[in-house]
Design a protein around this ligand. Sequence first.
Ligand SMILES: Cc1cc2nc3c(=O)[nH]c(=O)nc-3n(C[C@H](O)[C@H](O)[C@H](O)COP(=O)(O)OP(=O)(O)OC[C@H]3O[C@@H](n4cnc5c(N)ncnc54)[C@H](O)[C@@H]3O)c2cc1C
Length: 415
Amino acid sequence: MPESRSQWDVAIIGAGAAGLMGAIFCARAGLQVLLLDGKEKIGAKILMSGGTRCNVTNQKVTESDFESEELRTVRNILRSFPSDKAVSFFKTLGVELILEPGGKYFPSTHSARTVLKALSDEIYTLGVHLSTGKKITELSKGENDFILRGDGFEFRAKTVLLCSGGLSYPGSGSDGTGYGLALALGHSLISTSPALTPLTSADEDWKSISGVALPVSLSLWLENRKIKTFEGAFLFTHFGFSGPSALNISRYWIRSTKEQPKVTADFLPSIPAEKFKGMLEAEAKSHPSLLLKNYLKTLLPERFILILLRKAGVSEGLNMNQLSRVQRDRLFLNLFSYPLPVSGVLGYAKAEVTAGGIPLAEVDSRTLESKKIPGLFFAGEILDVDGRIGGFNFQWAWSSGVAAAHGIKAKIKRV
Ligand SMILES: Cc1cc2nc3c(=O)[nH]c(=O)nc-3n(C[C@H](O)[C@H](O)[C@H](O)COP(=O)(O)OP(=O)(O)OC[C@H]3O[C@@H](n4cnc5c(N)ncnc54)[C@H](O)[C@@H]3O)c2cc1C
């Protein structure tokens, strides 16, 4: 199909995860599909995802894994194309997914390239017309179609699927221009912020142990109320804190507007404090002259323990039987509810996703068609939906891309 044809059934703006999925399901429904991307090379985020292994989805995905002002719509969309369907979809494309701890699915090749190649091959096989280096800067509705314009080009299409992503990792091509296209057509925007981004800190002690990793449970508190808790890997870095538990809590830290939120860390999430108390007492009885730091070394990384003891005011030369009650209480506070010195976040440049976006209240809860502009559909991160770490954000992209494609197919049939 020549690119210059006067009218496509659907023009898809953005060839990321949601756009590729939307293109495949529209083309499988027999529609003439034009897939546009501002970048010359597509799929940057797929390639960098999951540490270049691409965490494609999760064994269990429900609306409770996401934040949005309309979780009911998120539930509808996820149920219409759940994660087991995503697993079998990728299998039909020749991508075997393997299950890892935490329910995460990765390609058996451990390479994100496998995922991008399978999707790219499929759009080629189906005859989707992919046109890269085509950044859309103007989208308008004519009498019977949409007009898409960019620098020196124009396309016309009966319907449009807008899936241009959010603002995170702008170098990947998702620079927020898609929001402008929707706003110009009368949509509104739920204020955006980075999400799944590392936390920064001014604490030089913690920065000095950059590279040390351990499982941690982080809690965010507002006005002495615990708002959220995330348990998972945690990493000390030269700028502050990273790893899934820190990334997961970042969106709540950023979006807390009432007061400066407090983050506390439980550095021994697998051992309840009461149990640890008994363990410590038993060890002090059986090995009274053992250095406390050597006992803690059996449970935690050594470089971490030395900083922790210093912050608790406990000498590293202390034996197990020399720990006073006051010192033990300080040690417990630092181990189980340490107030983490968070000063900020790294922002969109290092955020895996964008929180906020086009309100789900402004789209049909099953097809994601705009309630303001009939024929305009949305999918993926541009919408007000963001998930936690674990393959949830891609599942949203797959499910919403498929839902929009079904809506577009029904719409074209009616035209
Ligand atoms: C480092 C990193 C790691 C990640 N790892 C995972 C993971 O392992 N598992 C997981 O579930 N999620 C992961 N994510 C999140 C996931 O990548 C995103 O949620 C997902 O890619 C969003 O898909 P999308 O299609 O909505 O948007 P995007 O992937 O951002 O695609 C949008 C596309 O639109 C194009 N575009 C933008 N504006 C225009 C315009 N005006 N005209 C034409 N084209 C335009 C862009 O060039 C881009 O190709 C990760 C993200 C990052 C940054």
